[in-house]
Design a protein around this ligand. Structure first.
Ligand code: NAD
Length: 478
C-alpha cells in the first residue's frame, strides 16, 4: 500500500503548527519510504521550521526534525504545488472558536478548513486521500465531501478522520508511543481501502492493536468527547479542591484515594489553578454548540459546567491572593512564576495565567512575570488581547496601555521575586521546585506570601523559611 507506481508515497500536510509539525516529523522518521512535505501559508513559520530555531518548543522535536529534514521531510510555503503532488493530504489547520456570526463564542470556526478544502478541490488532478487531522465538529467530513465532489474534475477523494491525541509538552513521546491511533472512514470498499492505506502508515511503528478503526462520525466525535472527559476530570478535582480549602481536607490525599479505585484511575487528578491550552475550552464549547443544535440543552448544560468551574477556579485563585494580603494588592509587586499553560511548552493559548494576571492587574497590582519558554512579546500580546466571554457575548475591553505598564518580564525567578510581596506559581515547571527559596525570601517584602497554583513546592520547607504559603486545596495548618 505504501508504494505508488514504484515511487515513494507522498504525504502533504496543510498546517505547520503544534500538531502538523511534530506529527509529520514523526511519520517521516518512522516511514523512510514516504516523502512528507508540511506546507503553511505562514512564510515566517515555514522559515522557522527550516532553521535551527523551530517555531515551537517541544522536548525531543529538534532531534527528530534534524534526523529527517532534507531527506524525506520538507517544509514549504508552496502549498498548491505539494497538494497537487500528494497522495495523502493531512489537513491540520487551526479550528478556533468563532468570534462573530452564528454560533459566536461556541461553534468551531471552519474558515481555514474550508479554504484548504477548496484549494485541494481546485488543484487536484489525481486521486487523493484527505485526512482530517484538525479537531472538527462531528459530520464535518460531509461538508468537505460536498466541497470536493461539487468541484470535481474526475478526481476520487476519500475523506478520513484521524484526530490527534498528542499533548503539548509530551508530543514526541505521545507520537512515538500513542495509547491509540483512531482512523474513521466510510464503510464503502473505497473508504475501507483508504482506511487501510493510512493504517499501513501508522503500523510502521504503532502496534496494530492500538490502531482503532471506526465510522467517520464516531472518529470525529471521539476527539471532542475525549477532550471533554479530560477537562471534566480537572474541573471535578478542582471543584473538590474548593471544598477541601473550606473544610481542612487535603485535595492531594483525597485525589490519591479516589484514584486508587481502578474504575477511576490516578491520572489527571491534580488540582490546579485551572486548565488551559488551545483545545479543552474550545472543544467543549464546540460540543456544547453541537448539543444545542441537536436539541439537547440539558446535555449542553452539563458540559458547560466544566468550563464554568474552570473559570471559577481562576477567579477563586485571584481572591485567595488578595484576601490574605490585607485585602489589597494595589501598588504591590507580585511575582508570577510561569505563564505557559503547562510545563515543557512555550504555548500560552488560553493559559490560566492570562486570567489570573488580568485579575491581579484589575486589583491594581504590579506584576513581574518569569517563564523559561515564553517571550515578552507573547505576554504583552496575551495581556492586551480581547477576551471573549461566552455568557455575555460581547468583547471585553482590551487592557489600557497604562495597565500594561504594570507588567514587567523578568529574566529569572529571582529577578521576578525581588522586592515582591508575593509569588504566584502558575505553571508547574520543574525548575520552580529547585529554586533557592531562602535567597528569594531574603529579597522579598515581609510578610512574604507564596500562592502555589500548581502544588509544586514543599509547603513545610517554605513555611520553615518564613513564607506564608497557600496551595490549591490544602489546609492552612496541619
Ligand atoms: P496552529 O495554529 O499551531 O497551526 C495551524 C497552522 O495552520 C498555522 O500555522 C496556520 O498558518 C496554518 N493554516 C491555516 N490555514 C491554512 C491554509 N489554508 N493553508 C495552509 N496553512 C494554513 O494549530 P495547532 O495547535 O497545530 O492545531 C491544529 C488543529 O489540531 C486544531 O484543530 C486543534 O484543535 C487540533 N489539535 C491540537 C492539539 C494541540 O495540542 N495543539 C492537539 C490535538 C489536536
Amino acid at each position: 500500500c505504501l508504494k505508488r507506481n514504484n515511487n515513494m508515497v507522498k504525504i502533504c500536510c496543510i498546517g505547520a503548527g503544534y500538531v502538523g509539525g511534530p506529527t509529520m516529523a514523526v511519520i517521516a522518521l518512522k516511514c523512510p519510504a514516504i516523502e512528507v512535505v508540511v506546507v503553511d501559508i505562514s512564510i515566517a513559520r515555514i522559515n522557522a521550521w527550516n532553521s535551527d530555531q523551530l517555531p515551537i518548543y517541544e522536548p525531543g522535536l529538534d532531534d527528530v526534525v534534524k534526523q529527517c529534514r532534507g531527506k524525506n521531510l520538507f517544509f514549504s510555503h508552496e502549498v498548491e504545488k505539494h497538494v497537487f503532488e500528494a497522495d495523502i493530504i493531512f489537513v491540520s489547520v487551526n479550528t478556533p472558536t468563532k468570534t462573530c456570526g452564528l454560533g459566536a463564542g461556541k461553534a468551531a470556526d471552519l474558515t481555514y478548513w474550508e479554504s484548504a478544502a477548496r484549494m485541494i478541490g481546485n488543484v487536484s488532478k489525481s486521486d487523493k486521500i484527505v485526512v482530517e487531522k484538525s479537531t472538527v465538529p462531528v459530520r464535518t467530513a460531509e461538508a468537505i465531501e460536498k466541497i470536493l465532489t461539487h468541484n470535481n474534475k474526475g478526481v476520487n477523494y476519500q475523506i478520513l478522520s484521524n484526530p490527534e491525541f498528542l499533548a503539548e509538552g509530551t508530543a514526541i513521546q505521545d507520537l512515538f508511543n500513542p495509547d491509540r491511533v483512531l482512523i474513521g472512514g466510510r464503510k464503502t470498499p473505497e473508504g475501507q481501502k483508504a482506511v487501510q492505506t493510512l493504517k499501513d502508515v501508522y503500523t510502521q511503528w504503532v502496534p496494530e492493536d492500538r490502531v482503532i478503526t471506526a465510522n467517520l462520525w464516531s472518529a470525529e466525535l471521539s476527539k471532542l468527547a475525549a477532550n471533554a472527559f479530560l477537562a471534566q476530570r480537572i474541573s471535578s478535582v478542582n471543584a473538590i479542591s474548593a471544598l477541601c480549602e473550606a473544610t481542612g481536607a487535603d485535595v492531594a490525599e483525597v485525589a490519591y484515594c479516589i484514584g486508587k479505585d481502578s474504575r477511576i484511575g490516578p491520572k489527571f487528578l491534580n488540582a490546579s489553578v485551572g486548565f488551559g491550552g488551545s483545545c479543552f475550552q474550545k472543544d467543549i464549547l464546540n460540543l456544547v454548540y453541537i448539543c444545542e443544535c441537536n436539541g439537547l440543552p440539558e446535555v449542553a448544560n452539563y458540559w458547560k459546567q466544566v468550563i464554568k468551574i474552570n473559570d471559577y477556579q481562576k477567579s477563586r485563585f485571584v481572591s485567595r491572593v488578595v484576601a490574605p494580603m490585607f485585602n489589597t494588592v494595589s501598588g504591590k509587586k507580585i511575582a508570577v512564576l510561569g505563564f505557559a499553560f503547562k510545563k515543557d511548552t512555550g504555548d500560552t493559548r488560553e493559559t490560566p495565567a492570562i486570567d489570573v494576571c488580568k485579575g491581579l492587574l484589575g486589583n491594581n497590582a504590579s506584576i513581574s512575570i518569569y517563564d523559561p519558554q515564553v517571550t515578552e512579546d507573547q505576554i504583552q500580546r496575551d495581556l492586551t488581547m480581547n477576551k471573549f466571554d461566552w455568557d455575555h457575548p460581547i468583547h471585553l475591553q482590551p487592557m489600557s496601555p497604562t495597565t500594561v505598564k504594570q507588567v514587567s518580564v523578568a529574566s529569572d525567578a529571582y529577578e521576578a521575586a525581588k522586592g515582591a510581596h508575593a509569588i504566584c506559581i502558575l505553571t508547574e515547571w520543574d525548575e520552580f521546585k529547585g529554586l533557592d527559596y531562602q535567597k528569594i525570601y531574603g529579597n522579598m517584602k515581609k510578610p512574604a506570601f507564596l500562592f502555589d497554583g500548581r502544588n509544586v513546592v514543599d509547603v513545610e520547607k517554605l513555611r520553615e523559611i518564613g513564607f506564608i504559603v497557600y496551595s490549591i486545596g490544602k489546609p492552612l495548618d496541619p
